[in-house]
Design a protein around this ligand. Structure first.
Ligand SMILES: Nc1ncnc2c1ncn2[C@@H]1O[C@H](COP(=O)(O)OP(=O)(O)OP(=O)(O)O)[C@@H](O)[C@H]1O
Length: 789
């Protein structure tokens, strides 16, 4: 139990109206009148109600669950004979909290208690008109027949009616039976869990409501014996509540109690009534969306004794009266509430969750027929107010039990203070137990019938119980649940990784290692027969291998990417160089004096023959120009790829070469190229030699000259065809492959003229080139040939 919280003891005063009266005795004088069933009830499955009264039934169990076996079982105990049998199940079965219904909704739990015939009724030889078929059923015999409802041949105008409830308590049922089999234990447990729970007694005046809830009249007068067997459900529930709290050491509980009555539609605080009994206001709370009593006194209760003191105080202060049907009649509705605040620390950093459970005990004033009770004056006024508020309660129950009316939404809670304060219990988020009390006497059959009808309607009402807790705390709780779920998932994954092998490093990255040895050979048909450890080893082996292969594959992919990038660079460089080569050749082929760049093979040949100076390595006896022509002056027109040497160059620039490079058959390096200085020197010498050759050929008038261009003209001349015979020499078209480009003839007249012109021109050009150091030989040559035109 929690530490002391400054509880405030209720004022202990004795009610003027509380009168001590002799207890009628357990079981009453009519306990022997309970029946074991009748012949006309054949076919209705009774559960062997043996002997005298007891609880029977719970046809459908509490809170929408199957009936506890204990409540179906026949209890041979009775008020007059308790030795004849035993309970088939423990009472705890009946009190075990039920799992929530799938829809989250539950019907109001309804039980019926039938009191014994009173001394007065017995004296009057009143008939016992209630039968107990068992299985939670109750048969009311000889009830009034509705107008026009008498069937032909029915004989006397009476009709038996069968009702079914969660439990039916026969007159011999004890107060302890009520605690054990009514389902109130379950409600108490739910209140501890944070639900709002209500137990209320309903019935005509003198039917035993107060007896059921608190005990016989006079129990609270004078010194109260807490162990008295006469104590009703409230006192017993308090004891059970403290038992429950003591078992929940994980929670810190704080109990507070209040006790009020509604007397003539006024709310009076029974724990602090004051001399004027000033009524308290009933207000609507926007926050809790419910009605509440303003300034109601609540008392901290740390011990069971504190709660019992509250009960005693309220019972002493409540309004009691006397009328023709009950000497100790409650003239008001009373509501005793125990607030159960449960608090629990859910984390080290001071996060608490709390729940606000509630337990209401409602003792309604009994409906009464004023004709029967002979009420007058004050008692009559009380009776009118009681009946009026009960009528509103009846409307509310009827509306709530009818789904169509409930859907329309108007339930007349506001028409009475009682229904305002019971609204949440009837149709809100609470869990409710209704105990309908009836008299078994035939003289009260109409009232009993009304009560049973009300009870049957109330049984149809559905509530949606929810735990009352702070929304922020609810959020924390749900987040904690989520974290717990994630943690368990995480643990599961970690354990799965551990099972799959110890090769995973602490940083989460897998250390790839190829499994040693060859994989074990497995007969697939025998796979199912393998032991668990063998299978685990096999799986581990393949996982390792798989991981190693993945890693290897990944390495190979990255290597391939690097190689492709390099190849791309090489190809681009190669294309650039080839284009440069083509440009050079293009320029050279237009020049009559500058030989085209030697082919790749030609350059190599030159180098192999004589290094940088090919003439130095010329074979003896061969004229220098012939050698030049055979080695380096292989004229290549870039547009004519049929020449072998040209083919060796241009073909290299083609797609085949690219493909070969990509395939790696050729080196990725660009083709061999001579150093610039050597290349310049070679060009310089070639140009110089060409100039000399041309000049010499024109100086020689013997027509025995070699010329490296004008092949077409030479060919025409050699064939005896006419030459153009005039103008400056033309740029020779490229000679066809295989033609002799160096042999042709000129007419003397024409040659003389041309020679003189060329002589002048080339001598100028030659001088200019020498002056410029042959820095731009090609441009210079191009300029020289463009001017004669
Ligand atoms: N189950 C019972 N066993 C023995 N006596 C009972 C039982 N039920 C009720 N009585 C007695 O019947 C009388 C009337 O009971 P009680 O005062 O509890 O009725 P009530 O329904 O509370 O009436 P009211 O509505 O007028 O307050 C009391 O003397 C009570 O002790």
């Amino acid at each position: 139990m929690p530490a002391a919280r400054g509880s405030q003891s209720p004022t202990r005063g004795k009610s003027n109206k509380a009168k001590k009266s002799p207890s009628p005795g357990r079981g009453g004088g009519s306990s022997n009148s309970s029946v074991n069933g009748k012949d006309d009830l054949d076919g209705i499955e009774g559960l062997g109600v043996v002997g005298n009264g007891l609880a029977n039934g719970l046809a459908k169990g509490g809170l929408g669950n199957p009936p506890p076996a204990a409540q179906r079982a026949r209890v041979a105990t009775s008020g007059s004979d308790r030795s004849g049998g035993s309970l088939s199940d423990s009472p705890e079965d009946a009190a075990r909290p039920a799992p929530p219904a799938p829809s989250g909704e539950d019907n109001i739990n309804v039980v019926v208690r039938v009191r014994p015939l009173s001394q007065k009724e017995s004296k009057a030889k009143d008939n016992f008109v209630v039968q107990f078929p068992g299985n939670g059923q109750l048969l009311l015999e000889g009830g009034p027949v509705p107008a026009g409802g008498s069937s032909p041949g029915a004989g006397n105008a009476s009709k038996s009616r069968l009702f079914s409830f969660n439990a039916v308590f026969e007159p011999g049922a004890t107060q302890e039976d009520l605690l054990n089999y009514s389902g109130v234990r379950r409600l108490i447990s739910m209140a501890v869990e944070g639900f709002s729970c209500t137990v209320f007694c309903y019935g005509q005046t003198g039917s035993g409501k107060t007896h059921t809830l608190t005990g016989p009249p006079g129990l609270f007068d004078g010194t109260v014996d807490p162990q008295s067997p006469d104590h009703g459900l409230v006192c017993r529930s308090f004891r059970f509540l403290f038992e429950q709290l003591s078992e929940r050491g994980d929670f810190h509980f704080v109990l507070k109690a209040s006790f009020l009555e509604i007397y003539n539609e006024k709310v009076i605080d029974l724990l602090n009534p004051g001399s004027a009994r000033k009524p308290l206001a009933v207000r609507w709370s926007k926050k809790s969306r419910g009605f509440f009593v303003e300034n109601l006194f609540t008392v901290d209760c740390e011990t069971l004794d504190d709660l019992l003191a509250v009960l005693e105080e309220g019972m002493r202060n409540r309004s009691m009266g006397s009328h023709g049907m009950n000497d100790h009649s409650s003239r008001s509705h009373t509501i005793l509430t125990v607030h159960i605040a449960a608090e629990r620390q859910v984390s080290e950093n001071g996060v608490f969750i709390s729940r606000q459970g509630k337990l209401n005990f409602v003792d309604l004033a009994g409906s009464e027929m004023t004709k029967k009770t002979h009420s007058e004056g004050k008692t009559l006024e009380e009776a009118n107010n009681i009946n009026k508020s009960l009528m509103v309660l009846g409307y509310c129950i009827a509306s709530l039990s009818d789904p169509r009316k409930k859907e329309k939404g108007h339930i007349p809670y506001r028409d009475s203070k009682l229904t305002k304060l019971l609204a949440d219990s009837l149709a809100g988020n609470g869990v409710t137990l209704m105990i309908a009390c009836i008299s078994p006497a035939k003289s009260n059959i109409s009232e009993s019938l009304n009560t049973l009808r009300y009870a049957a309607r109330a049984k149809k009402i559905r509530t949606k119980p929810v735990i009352m807790m702070d929304p922020r705390e609810a959020l924390i709780l749900s987040l904690k649940r989520e974290v717990a779920a994630l943690q368990s998932e995480n643990d599961h994954l970690r354990s799965a990784i551990r099972i799959n092998g110890e090769h995973f490093g602490t940083n989460g990255s897998a250390e790839v290692a190829r499994p040693s040895g060859s994989p074990p050979t497995v007969d697939l048909e025998r796979l199912a027969e393998l032991e668990a450890n063998e299978l685990a080893g096999l799986v581990q082996h393949y996982m390792l291998e798989n991981e190693a292969l993945r890693r290897e594959n990944s390495d190979l992919f990255s290597t391939r990417d690097i190689l492709m990038r390099d190849q791309d660079l090489v190809c681009r460089e190669n294309e650039r160089l080839l284009k440069k080569l083509e440009d050079v050749n293009s320029v050279c082929c237009r020049s009559p004096i500058i030989p085209a760049r030697p082919t790749f093979s030609g350059e190599l040949l030159n180098l192999s023959l004589g290094g940088s100076d090919g003439a130095a390595a010329m074979p003896s006896g061969m004229p220098p120009h012939d050698l030049m022509a055979s080695s380096t002056n292989v004229w290549v027109h870039p547009l004519n790829g049929s020449n072998y040497s040209a083919a060796s160059t241009t073909a290299l620039a083609g797609p085949k070469f690219k493909a070969e490079i990509l395939e790696g058959r050729h080196s990725a390096k660009p083709p061999h190229r001579l150093p610039d200085s050597i290349q310049k020197e070679l060009d310089k010498r070639r140009i110089g030699k060409s100039m000399t050759n041309i000049a010499e050929s024109y100086r020689d008038r013997s027509h025995q000259r070699h010329n490296s261009w004008d092949s077409s003209k030479g060919a025409a001349a050699s064939n005896g065809g006419p030459g153009d015979g005039q103008g400056l020499p033309q740029t020779p078209p490229p000679a066809p492959l295989g033609s002799d480009r160096r042999s042709f003839h000129h007419d003397d007249e024409e040659k003389i003229t041309q020679t003189s012109l060329f002589k002048e021109h080339f001598s100028e050009t030659n001088e200019r080139l020498r002056d410029q150091g042959i820095k731009e030989p090609r441009r210079t040559a191009r300029a020289a040939f463009s001017s004669p035109g």
